[in-house]
Write a protein that binds this ligand. Structure first.
Ligand code: CMC
Length: 445
């Protein structure tokens, strides 16, 4: 990892004491005040709700400039990766830091094929979930279950074992995701095939059945590749930070990733792709009154207030570069499928109205990755309840790369934030007085 540069100091005055805090600078010029010694020196901690201003680690995986709409994995712009590379290459890049050579690509694909099946005993787990179990709950449970079948990955495991766990997880998650869908519709599971590439293999497991073969359309396979590439990493987002935090207790990779899946599920994070479609369907049922939903999103005091899902981002204060690409991918998929989606008209009107509204402009709330991804999944035939699973499928290499980076960081620390306690002051406990013994009734003469 490139070393952090020291770039001067910042002076902090507290009462009559002045403290000199080091300023550090990353490779893209981002600067931070290192407050590591603040509490030891002054007794003070920092308070930063939602970590809006806190860098929790150094990382060499992804660079993001939210003001300029820039996203790069290991230095490569997302636009270049989405245009020219398959998801598997990008996964390799994120995990190993370099794009694979021809030979490395073949070996990696071979290993992904080799590990694509899940243990037959694990297959039976699926039958124990209730009929309408959300696939995200199933996904998280199944991923943590991998640690019961492949427990050999322990603390300080050698590199080859970590590589093995990485490949297993990348490969098996696709089978688990497709099985969880098949379970939800009561169809038999379709096993992975060695002759199909990563995305085609997944689509086949999702949509073919013993009575109905599935033809993988190249446009659909390509769209899925691009979607997964665009979701593959996004530096210290909520689920990735969860993987790092849970991982910092030195739990195994499967357990940490399973926690990340749970974090991703929420509608403010990855679950927003499902929430967007539900919102568009609500608007459709409501007669297409887009304005009403915009007003409701703007006014927190309005009954039924909800944000405009698919808008806004903690880091992007300009158009999300991923949303730009997905919008094009979506148009191509619709063309290839010769389909029209009435929800697209609603989405287009919503975007136009929001982008002409001062509330959204002043707060720099632009469409994010989730605004068009759900519509694209819908066009491919993936059901709503699987949208966030698709996000997880894409994010897997990022989670793995961050877990690996954190575990090998020489400055590794258990993550354990402080708090500002605002509860009751010390109270005395007064034990209740012992109850008086009940009076005996008079003895009958
Ligand atoms: N609709 C209406 N108002 C919004 C929205 C929205 N989607 N997003 C932010 N705001 C308002 C917010 O209420 C606040 O207003 P005010 O200053 O009057 O209090 C202001 O904009 C600043 O927002 P914030 O809450 O400080 O922003 P944040 O960085 O904490 O929240 C967010 C980021 C993603 C949680 C939020 O924008 C949101 O809830 N968006 C909708 C859910 C969504 O689409 N999530 C997917 C994010 S992208 C995929 C991923 O990586 O997870």
């Amino acid at each position: 990892m490139t070393q952090i540069r020291h770039a001067g100091t910042a002076e902090l005055r507290i009462g009559d004491k002045t403290l000199s805090l080091p300023i550090v600078e990353g490779s893209e010029g981002e600067r931070a005040i290192d407050i590591g010694d603040l509490r030891t020196e002054t007794g003070l901690v920092t308070l930063d709700y939602g970590y809006k201003n806190t860098a929790s680690c150094k990382s060499a995986i992804t660079f993001l400039d939210g003001e300029c709409g820039v996203l790069r994995y290991r230095g490569y712009p997302i636009e270049v990766l989405a245009e020219n590379f398959r998801f598997v290459d990008v996964a390799y890049l994120l995990v190993h830091g370099q794009l694979p050579s021809q030979e490395e690509r073949s070996r990696f694909s071979e290993l992904l094929n080799w590990h694509s099946m899940i243990h037959e005993d694990m297959r039976h787990f699926f039958y124990s979930f209730p009929e309408h179990a959300h696939p995200m709950a199933i996904l998280s449970a199944m991923v943590v279950s991998l640690s019961t079948f492949y427990p050999e990955l322990a603390q300080n495991s050698p590199e080859e074992e970590i590589d093995m766990a990485t490949t297993r997880l990348l490969s098996k998650i696709r089978t688990i995701a497709a099985f969880s869908y098949k379970k939800s519709i009561g169809e038999p599971f379709v096993y992975p095939r060695h002759d199909l590439k990563y995305c085609a293999n997944f689509l086949n497991m999702m949509f073919s059945s013993p009575v109905r073969p599935y033809e993988v359309k190249p446009e659909v396979e390509r769209a899925l590749n691009v979607l997964l590439v665009l979701h593959a990493d996004h530096e210290q987002n909520c689920s990735t930070s969860t993987v790092r935090l849970v991982g910092s207790a030195r739990v195994n990779l499967y357990a940490a990733v399973s926690a990340g899946i749970c974090a991703l599920w929420g509608p403010l994070h990855g679950g927003a792709n499902q929430a967007v479609i539900e919102m568009l369907e609500d608007i459709q049922r409501d007669g297409g009154d887009v304005k009403k939903y915009i007003e409701r999103a703007k006014d927190k005091t309005k009954a039924g207030h909800a944000p405009l899902y698919g808008f806004g981002h903690r880091v992007y204060k300009s158009y999300d570069p991923r949303a730009k690409i997905i919008k094009e991918v979506y148009a191509n998929v619709l063309k290839a499928m010769e389909e029209r989606d009435p929800l697209l008209d609603i989405a287009t009107e919503l975007e136009e109205r929001a982008m002409a509204d001062n509330y959204f402009l002043e707060r720099k709330l632009f469409p994010n990755v989730d605004f068009y991804s759900g519509l694209t999944y819908r066009a491919i035939g993936i059901p709503k309840s699987m949208f966030t699973v698709m996000f997880a499928l894409g994010r897997i290499p990022g989670w793995i790369a961050h877990w690996r980076e954190a575990m090998s960081d020489p400055e590794f620390k258990l993550q354990r934030p402080r708090q500002i306690y605002v509860g009751p002051l010390r109270r005395e406990y007064t034990p209740p007085k012992p109850a008086k013994p009940a009076r005996r009734g008079r003895k009958a003469k």
